[in-house]
Design a protein around this ligand. Sequence first.
Ligand SMILES: *Cc1c(COP(=O)(O)O)cnc(C)c1O
Length: 365
Amino acid sequence: MPRPIQATIHTAALRHNLSQVRQAVADAKVWAVVKANAYGHGIERVFEGLRGADGFALLDLTEAERVRALGWRGPILLLEGAFEARDLELCSRLHLWHTVHCDEQIDMLALHKTHEPHRVFLKMNSGMNRLGFAPHRLRSAWTRLNALPQVDEISLMTHFSDADGSKGVAHQVARFEEVTRDLPGERSVSNSAATLRHAQDPAVKSDWVRPGIAVYGSAPDHPEHNAAHWGLQPAMTLSAQVIAVQHVQTGDSVGYGSTFVAEHPTRIGVVACGYADGYPRICPTGTPVLIEGARGRTVGRVSMDMLTVDLTPFPEAGVGSTVTLWGQAANGVVLPIDEVAQAAGTVGYELMCALAQRVPVAVAG
Ligand SMILES: *Cc1c(COP(=O)(O)O)cnc(C)c1O
């Protein structure tokens, strides 16, 4: 028997989440963002659930090849564009649309030999200060691109730093609008947080929205809102079984560093999931889990291959019981990945992306 741990990717949840996004922005086309191997879910595993998107956005060229290999003939956008001149050959061959965020990428395009001009997304830095042309440089970049025979349509994009928080997007939208107002082309500005939180704001115009985290069923603005608030369902479940039970007495400790000391006789379940599976070691005693679909908690330190839970409130549970680390239990109860992420001081994104290679993954309908 293989080690009793499993991740499950829920095709129906992906489809549902995509439709939630579509409802939020009825007029916009949707890029399903599948970078980082579909946020750890696996590009091939999410494809069926997300093929209703208008396009796929990602940044590794090998991932673009994988999407084409699945038979996808629609748009694919490289969110960071070409890294070197050779990448443009693949763009020509696979009809990839690509971001242009710096002069060096325009230089590469100008030297690129292609029969088919490329669709590009010209990126402005509206305040995030990561990628993109500064506002005062955007127009000259656009003019330069527009003069290139290698370039077909030019779309305009920017990225928000605070769509999930109180600072919001207005300051960036204003800067973007001011510079791009009289430039033609489609706009792409909204990530998940902007798509869900600022959809009703007429100033946030996005012909193409770029949701990632929302399609995987995690709230972009947890804990202000949870996934249920946005009508999102978890696309990934991580579950494992109890492989041993220990009866500890008052004063006994559990696990490395003896961080948990029993205050009364306690039944400890040892679960076949550890940090080498992608479960964060930093999660403290009290991190929520589902034990046969009922809320329980971890105790003690997470180790490489195991973690421990308090089975005392669950007299029926024992070796072979299923513990859901995040996602949906068999009885339908959900433990949002965002709650586990919060216990680890991070975000759902990081947990799903860190699902380890050694965990077997099943795809459910
Ligand atoms: C990752 C990414 C997104 C998706 O962000 P989410 O917060 O996951 O919705 C959108 N746009 C760009 C440029 C990105 O890199």
